[in-house]
Design a protein around this ligand. Structure first.
Ligand SMILES: Nc1ncnc2c1ncn2[C@@H]1O[C@H](COP(=O)(O)OP(=O)(O)O)[C@@H](O)[C@H]1O
Ligand code: SF4
Ligand SMILES: [Mg+2]
Length: 336
């Protein structure tokens, strides 16, 4: 049986809370070796993505979002390495696959829109040539007419006019380039798209347009998505559930409405309180920066140095991520 067939068969049975699950990450650990010890960039992280949903992955810079994405794709670069855990895509563990089996799965079912993707378009290649190359590298040579129609359909799917087909990247705005990257990501009909801060270099209005494009794509293709970002306002508009990371740990996972109306983890509460409001000027409660060295995490809770509600037990025991309500997970001693 091929890996693809195995995946399809396994996919029938992978469910949580009665819903089909596309991706399940279990106890993932990714460390970067340095001369002074391992940086624990991702340290025992677990979460899942339902079929057809957008999961937002948030947390401040350096908390391990990109490393998590790279580990799912098995693309962590040395000195980084996956130290432990499982990445189950439609029930098949990618961490255990050999390179050739992995190559099959990676491009046919997973797509990455990397951080800064729009700046990596080839400046001397027309848009249609770049999209054609992405398709033909994985599917082999295609009849010319069919390929052209497919590329035009992809452009239309991301809301771009057909004249883009013959253009070069420098003739496009940032938002248009980012939508070309989305078109390339969906070209092979993946079951999971990971978009790493796809709107961070764009101005506010264009961010909303690109966000809407991702939403349209999700709905039309019934694809699952992980949207990495730190703009909580944009996340609120786009995602179904939010997973909050802090210093390599998953601290809270909940439906988007619950994260905003009833954030449980003190870090999530500070994140929400820090969203700028037009109506009232509030002093920023959250100071920037992870406070401890990721090579030497403190015993107990990872957030203890910055937590306004820290207790004795927090300095001693690490709180596990526990389900408190249906679909609401939190790692904090306040709720034991
Ligand atoms: N090549 C590397 N060597 C050592 N540490 C690294 C390397 N790449 C990333 N890190 C560290 O891993 C942590 C997580 O980084 P990253 O996944 O890029 O975070 P995010 O995407 O949330 O900003 C950071 O503390 C970062 O300094
Ligand atoms: S476990 Fe303790 S230190 Fe950690 S977030 Fe909860 S209250 Fe704060
Ligand atoms: Mg990143």
């Amino acid at each position: 049986m091929t890996v693809q067939m195995e995946r399809r068969q396994a996919a029938q049975s992978v469910t949580a809370n009665g819903r089909a699950v596309t991706l399940e990450v279990k106890n993932l650990k990714v460390y970067y070796a340095t001369p002074t010890g391992d940086v624990r960039a991702v340290d025992d992280v677990s979460f899942h993505v339902y079929k057809g949903e957008i999961l937002g992955l948030v947390g401040e810079s350096g908390c391990g979002k990109t490393t998590t994405a790279m580990a799912i794709l098995r693309m962590v670069q040395p000195p980084g390495r996956i130290v432990g855990g499982q990445v189950l895509l439609d029930g098949i563990d990618l961490v255990g696959l050999n390179e050739s089996a992995l190559r099959d799965v990676r491009w046919n079912t997973l797509a990455l829109i990397p951080q800064g993707a729009m700046n990596s378009l080839n400046p001397v290649m027309r848009i249609h040539t770049q999209i054609a190359e992405a398709i033909q590298t994985h599917e082999g040579r295609q009849p010319k007419d069919k390929l052209k129609q497919r590329i035009l359909d992809l452009l239309s799917m991301v809301g771009l006019p057909s004249r883009i087909y013959d253009m070069y990247p420098h003739e496009l705005s940032g938002g248009m380039k980012q939508r070309v990257c989305i078109a390339m990501a969906i070209a092979l009909h993946p079951s999971l798209i990971i978009a790493d801060e796809p709107t961070s270099a764009l101005d506010v209005v264009v961010q909303r347009v690109v966000g809407q494009t991702l939403l349209d794509v999700k709905e039309r293709m019934d694809v699952s998505m992980i949207l990495i970002g730190h703009d909580m306002g944009l996340q609120a508009q786009l995602v179904d559930r939010i997973a909050v990371m802090y210093a390599g740990h998953m601290v809270e996972v909940a439906p988007v409405e619950a994260i905003f109306s009833e954030p449980l983890h003190p870090y999530t509460q500070l994140l929400i309180e820090s969203i700028p409001s037009i109506k009232e000027r509030k002093p920023l409660k959250l100071t920037e920066g992870i406070t401890h060295d990721l090579r030497n995490p403190p015993p107990g809770c990872i957030f203890q140095e910055r937590c306004p509600k820290v207790m004795d037990v927090c300095r001693r025991d690490r709180p596990p991520l526990r389900q408190l309500k249906p679909e609401h997970y939190v790692a904090c001693h306040l709720y034991e």
